[in-house]
Design a protein around this ligand. Structure first.
Ligand code: GLU
Length: 322
């Protein structure tokens, strides 16, 4: 068994990221598997190296360890996406050769007028209506003179089913989200392609991540199939909300691991709250990671979002006022 935690270093890790990291680690370690840390910094405008150093330190402070990662290397180096572009290029060419992609010349402002309101599984993002899917060859040539294209995956009209370790049988129609981008117009690969290529290349057998990525999994399964890779087992875990039901914001510095640590919170206090929120323990009292690991079973993880109560916020010196 091989699993991973794959954060994007766009800011400091917060309590919600810690929850996912601890879950991914326990999932693998409870079954004697190998755990790796991969940095998803493909979007170099949004990601900063300083956050990479800090997240390594924060995860170690929390008590997590990994067998491979950017700080210690490993057989599948490099472990930072910004250094893996040539690997993505090869996969991109493979998709292109199968005619599964098409160039899209739509600019951001053109898209603003035509995007279709989101719904269903893809409620977080507006749907691309497929304008460039139907361009005639001469229209493509004409557009190519003015603009470098992004490339979209031609999503077929079919349901994608998979067995999720937390959600059970899931059936999603990725065409509801429209044709998605695999390469941006600036040449950078998009998350969907990079994550699939990396998980396959690094021999990941079990992907555990937040349930905000559940719909994305249907797109990624299309890519697994197209690239001829075996797909891993997926487990999507509940998101962490504040007492009003809002996502814990990255900008709330008191909810970051560094913020809590500077406020004098001990890692065992965070682990204790995480264990209690997940329903693995009866009380939110401080707990070591080894103690929590002994209570862990993926079958005990709930589907519905977790609420960080005011009481828990006090324990962790988190101040949710924004
Ligand atoms: N890099 C993604 C994030 O930080 C996670 C992707 C994944 O686990 O597949 O949200």
């Amino acid at each position: 068994m091989r699993g991973r935690f794959a954060p994007s270093p766009t800011g400091l890790l917060h309590i919600g990221n810690a929850l996912t990291a601890v879950l991914a680690w326990m999932h693998v370690r409870s079954r004697g598997g190998e755990f790796l840390l991969r940095i998803e910094d493909i979007d170099q405008q949004r990601c900063k190296s300083i956050f990479v150093d800090q997240l390594v330190e924060d995860l170690q402070w929390l008590g997590l360890d990994w067998d491979e990662g950017p700080d210690i290397g490993g057989p599948y180096m490099p472990y930072r996406q910004r250094d893996r572009q040539t690997i993505y290029d090869a996969a991109f060419t493979k998709l292109l050769e199968q005619a599964l992609l098409y160039p899209c010349y739509c600019s951001r402002s053109e898209l603003a007028d035509v995007l279709i309101a989101p719904h269903g599984w893809f409620a977080d993002e507006p749907r691309y209506p497929g304008i460039c899917r139907h361009l005639k060859p001469h229209e493509r040539v004409e557009k190519a003179c003015h603009k470098a294209p992004a490339y979209r995956f031609r999503v077929p009209e079919q349901n994608i089913g998979f067995a999720d370790e937390v959600y059970g049988e899931v059936n999603i129609r990725p065409s509801e989200g429209g044709d998605f981008i695999v390469r941006r117009s600036d040449g950078l690969m998009a998350y969907q392609l990079a994550v699939v290529v990396d998980d396959a290349a690094m021999g990941i057998t079990h992907v555990l991540r937040g349930s905000d990525l559940l719909a994305s999994t249907s797109r990624q399964l299309l890519l697994y199939r197209a690239l001829g890779y075996d797909s891993p087992t997926f487990a999507h875990t509940p998101l962490l909300l504040d007492e009003y039901g809002r996502r814990i914001a990255k900008r709330n510095s008191t909810a970051t691991l560094l913020g809590m640590r500077l406020a004098g919170v001990h890692p065992e206090e965070i682990i204790g709250v995480i264990g209690w929120l997940l329903g693995l323990t009866d009380m939110a009292d401080p707990l070591s990671l080894t103690e929590l690991l002994s209570c862990f079973s993926i079958s005990r993880i709930p589907q519905s979002p977790l609420r960080l109560s005011v009481e828990c916020q006090k324990r962790l010196r988190i101040n949710v006022t924004y």
